[in-house]
Design a protein around this ligand. Sequence first.
Ligand SMILES: Cc1cc2nc3c(=O)[nH]c(=O)nc-3n(C[C@H](O)[C@H](O)[C@H](O)COP(=O)(O)OP(=O)(O)OC[C@H]3O[C@@H](n4cnc5c(N)ncnc54)[C@H](O)[C@@H]3O)c2cc1C
Ligand SMILES: NC(=O)c1ccc[n+]([C@@H]2O[C@H](COP(=O)([O-])OP(=O)(O)OC[C@H]3O[C@@H](n4cnc5c(N)ncnc54)[C@H](O)[C@@H]3O)[C@@H](O)[C@H]2O)c1
Length: 466
Amino acid sequence: MKTLDTDIAIIGVGSAGMVAYKAARKTTDRIVTIESGPYGTTCARVGCMPSKLLIAAANAARATRNSGSLGIHTDNITIDGAQVMQRVREERDRFAQFSIDDVLAWPQEARLHGQARFTAPGTLCINEHTQVNARTVIIATGSSPVIPDELKRALGDRLIVNDDIFAWTTLPQSVAVMGSGVIGLELAHALHALGVRVRLFSRNSKIGPLTDPEVLSQAQALTQTLLPTAFNSQLHHARLTTEGVELQYSTLGESENHTDTFDYLLWATGRSPNLAALNLAAAGVDIDQRGMPQVDPLTRQIPGHPIFMAGDVHGQRPLLHEATDDGYAAGHNAASWPKVQAYPLRASLGIVFSHPQITMVGQSHRALTDAGTAFARSIQPFANQGRARVDGQNTGTLALYAEHKTGRFLGAEMLGPAAEHLGHLLAWALQQKQTVEDMLACPFYHPTVEEGLRSGLQKLRAELRS
Ligand SMILES: Cc1cc2nc3c(=O)[nH]c(=O)nc-3n(C[C@H](O)[C@H](O)[C@H](O)COP(=O)(O)OP(=O)(O)OC[C@H]3O[C@@H](n4cnc5c(N)ncnc54)[C@H](O)[C@@H]3O)c2cc1C
Ligand SMILES: NC(=O)c1ccc[n+]([C@@H]2O[C@H](COP(=O)([O-])OP(=O)(O)OC[C@H]3O[C@@H](n4cnc5c(N)ncnc54)[C@H](O)[C@@H]3O)[C@@H](O)[C@H]2O)c1
């Protein structure tokens, strides 16, 4: 077995690992990266980018289909599934290639292929072909979909996850989507708009990350209007037939079971950190019942060890911009270890590219309530909002939260038009520690959806107690 001595070993060359490499390279050339899968990153290959490409096609189909209310009639739209998927794959490959080219430009000796596992503190074994002795280690191994083994055995390649969709060469007739979280919502809405027969299954009636009772109940009602759903349902069996995947299920409050058959069952019930293969115990790290070590959220260090974690693997905020921030912090701190510094987190922002979109900013309604915070809340529906009505996009609600006494803006939950953009404005205000008064002192152009935000802020100001 070959032995390599290095300053820093980076396990996982995804978005976090790539940024970590570039950050550490400013201090040392003695870096080894280890990747067990293909280069190109989860985000570009099977995550953010292909899902948004599919959603772009879906949005175009939906807009065309719904244009009748504006007096624009397009009879019998045709969706060319092969062309839709060809564009998704070609553009996705183009995005992934940028990351691949980036990595291939690194020195060859910095790039190992294989699965890394600890054999002792500071020592990694790569597929039994190389031993790496590293002063510090960055774990940036990402996350994987959670799939029950028995279902996989029963359904084979008819049980799919997001990765499989982006390899399709055309659209199927029907897909059952299990899980109304972020991935389930985005893909169910997109496939439905593209003419695929979809049913969205959930064992409860959660809608993505929403927790505000008002926004959530509107989201539940709207989702059930827009999509075939089976909320509060229990899956009794899933089996392969000559027709496809047969599902038998019941929903809360109904006595009889339903049976339906789909081409595929898309499993979207969450992702778990890729930690099991690493054998963290050999690194001397304490892990909890879920196999997770403790990680300092600001330095990204496992306290007391020259080991750092970056990206989805530590599961704190499994989003692309957070993964790259983590990579930056972990790369710099691994290079300067034992001197490490805190890299503060940005204001929390989440966006779900569903229909309509969802955004979560700062503290959620549940977090504020659980913490016993004294907060004011306003609810602003979009049904009669000027610009939203003009565009025929007037569905949804915005909930805003601010602290009594100080008037400081604390967070928001929204389902509705332009949520991806309003979410950014709100996150920036939060990060600037603005009060509701500061936010209202900013300009709001007429007629824009942002005026709906102003109405919500005015209501919030009226709710504040000094
Ligand atoms: C369908 C989908 C849509 C998404 N959409 C968005 C979005 O719109 N916006 C957003 O912000 N986020 C989105 N995300 C989340 C985003 O993709 C992730 O937060 C991000 O990709 C995490 O990057 P990472 O570097 O932590 O992991 P990855 O990019 O997955 O990198 C981890 C790497 O580690 C490798 N690895 C694992 N174990 C080992 C080992 N033992 N040895 C060696 N290598 C190993 C893996 O092969 C992989 O290449 C989406 C995710 C999915 C699945
Ligand atoms: N737009 C974006 O930023 C974006 C898009 C896609 C994915 N992502 C990232 O990917 C992560 C994973 O997404 P996800 O949708 O897989 O997870 P999720 O946690 O958002 O949703 C999982 C859903 O599955 C349900 N569930 C869990 N176990 C179940 C079971 N055994 N049976 C039935 N339902 C079950 C949960 O109640 C939840 O509603 C997200 O947290 C997000 O960080 C982000």
